[in-house]
Design a protein around this ligand. Structure first.
Ligand SMILES: [Zn+2]
Length: 562
């Protein structure tokens, strides 16, 4: 049975959804399963389920699976099965279909191991297992079930996911995280591991599971990632019946992660997963400087407030000095102050320097004295968040130079520098593709110029995607439909979103720059170091990517990149 038909027969997909997906496939040529998951119609587990069904067995055997003789393996006390990293996908009457990452030396191992002599096994020819399983492969890291559970809860916290599901399929368990648009499988576990995780959760809750009876319980999770932050977790244990293993009490579990309202979600503001995770790194820095650049109305203050809410969980005192306070934060350890004529940034920082090291947000560095005191604070154990007027994150060094700041001192204290803007994406419902030729002359000429000058148009030639055929052959862009579209009211644009570049000055970056501090003023060299050592993506490059992807029109692109 083909995948689409299978999913329809299981009620996971509708006819019209399949039609849409096939249409998309005819355009982009990707695997149907990938498109189905991408579009949120089904989740990874549904696809794996399909692959494991009768029609899929062959697929696994051929591509990446092992077929292990059950009797022989039992004769050896499961030693073979557990001596290789593998999970059981299906249990047949006399064999297992196992998915494994096979290495060449396995055949050698078999030849030399007496126990394995005469062992019948069908070896796959490809080393890599199917991608969907590969990333979630339990034995790869050799971590314990407790580690797996802790990591899963932490990544749910990090991604702002409200639910974590330990779900049982016909032949394996999956750890699934609910995200905005879809359910994401983060781990696939063997039956044994999955059941052990359920038992660990039950032990955390001090709950006794009885066969066939559901149970609600709760426990307090202490996060590793958020350094000791405690989170309330409510658990629903759901009993399941199974034809196999009749004697066992089997359960699935849904973990509802409370206390998440305290972890304000950067994704809610509109940042991508990757950017949100970078911003959340603020939590692990004990001290230093976090600087945000960007014009008024770029949303940078909202980003800082989200960061302060996150930092408030550290139970350190947080003081903000603003001009004026824009949003009142209710957390008990946050004190917000307005500056006034006779109480400026300088006086406020001096007051804070007398208190225990904590976290401070200094509205803006405008003059030499404020800059000096902000640096003293960062140097004496405070984590200082502040803003500075500069064109981009890498322009701060010139700006600080004009404020007579010791640049090497500044540089040694830097954690990260951001530059933020707001932009209007095209309305997804009515945007349309047009060739360069049909653009207004102003944009047409500017686009041609940029593309003809090739990669030089960007300050750094190191971004790989610039060299892709898709970019080099580009001769059309997207613009808003401006029809009577109901989704955008005919404007052609969707809701404004933030775009942010984050220059992370980690140890590797600092080490490189200490070799030759002159690069602080060499924009393209600095960008290249940051790109290579901390994954920097400039606003320009992100805007260009959005243009290529048809997310923004040329006007927005030029606004963002000039
Ligand atoms: Zn529209």
């Amino acid at each position: 049975m083909r995948i689409g038909d299978y999913l329809i027969s299981k009620g996971k997909l509708t006819d019209s959804q399949l039609k849409d997906t096939l249409l998309v496939q005819s355009i982009n040529g990707e695997k149907l399963g990938d498109i189905l998951v991408e579009s949120g119609y089904v989740n990874d587990v549904d696809i794996i389920d399909y692959l494991v069904q009768d029609s899929g067995k062959e697929f696994f055997q051929e591509l990446c699976g092992l077929c292990i003789n059950k009797n022989e393996n039992e004769r050896l006390g499961f030693s073979f099965l557990y001596s290789i990293p593998a999970i059981i996908l299906t249990r047949g009457d006399d064999n297992y279909i196992v998915c494994s990452e096979i290495t060449e030396d396995l055949s050698e191992k078999m030849a030399f191991d007496e126990n394995l002599a005469g062992f019948k096994i069908g070896l796959s020819t490809k080393r890599k297992i199917y991608g969907a399983l590969n990333s979630t492969f339990i034995s790869k890291s050799g971590s314990s079930e407790k580690d797996i559970l802790d990591e899963a809860i932490d990544s749910a916290l990090l991604k702002g996911s409200p639910n974590l599901r330990i779900k049982r399929s016909e032949s394996f368990y999956a750890v699934i995280m609910d995200t905005d648009a879809r359910q994401e499988t983060i781990r696939v576990l063997s039956m044994e591991s999955g059941q052990r995780i359920i038992n660990i959760i039950a032990a955390h809750c001090q709950a006794t599971l009885k066969k066939g009876e559901g149970l609600d319980a709760k426990f307090i999770f202490v996060s590793n990632f958020y350094k000791g932050v405690k989170v309330d977790i409510r658990v629903a244990f759901l009993p399941i019946s199974s034809k196999l293993d009749k004697e066992l009490a089997l359960f699935e579990a849904v973990l509802r992660i409370h206390g998440l309202n305290k972890v304000i979600d950067f994704k809610y503001i509109g940042f991508s997963d990757r950017k949100a995770e970078l911003l959340k790194k603020a939590y692990i820095y004990p001290d230093g400087l976090i600087i945000s650049t960007g014009p008024t109305g770029s949303g940078k203050t909202t980003t800082f407030y989200a960061m302060l809410k996150l930092l408030s969980q550290k139970k350190k005192s947080i003081i903000t000095i603003e001009d004026p306070v824009e949003i009142e934060l209710r957390e008990s350890n946050i004190t917000q102050m307005n500056i006034s004529d006779n109480f400026g940034y300088e006086e406020a920082i001096r007051v804070m320097l007398r208190s225990e090291p904590g976290i401070m947000m200094v509205g803006e560095i405008r003059d030499e004295t404020t800059a000096k005191y902000a640096l003293i604070a960062a140097e004496t154990g405070h984590l200082v968040l502040t803003t500075l007027h500069a064109n981009c994150s890498l322009a701060i060094f010139n700006r600080f130079k004009s404020l007579n700041v010791d640049l090497l001192q500044l540089f040694s204290l830097l954690r990260f520098v951001t530059a933020q803007r707001l932009y209007t994406p095209l309305c997804f419902s009515c945007k349309k593709e047009i060739s360069f030729e049909k653009l207004p002359p102003l944009y047409r000429n500017a686009m041609k110029e940029r593309f003809e000058s090739g990669i030089d148009m960007l300050s750094s030639a190191s971004y790989d995607f610039i060299k892709s055929d898709k970019v080099l052959g580009l001769d059309s862009v997207y613009v808003g439909g401006k029809s009577n579209c109901v989704d955008c009211g005919g404007t052609g644009y969707a809701k404004r979103k933030p775009i942010i570049e984050i220059a992370e000055f980690n140890d590797a970056v600092k080490e490189e720059i200490y070799k030759d501090s002159a690069v602080l003023f060499n924009h393209s060299k600095l960008e290249e170091i940051l790109l290579n050592l901390s994954g920097f993506e400039s606003l320009k490059i992100q805007a260009f990517q959005k243009l290529i992807n048809g997310e923004i029109d040329p006007e927005t692109y030029f606004n963002l990149s000039n």
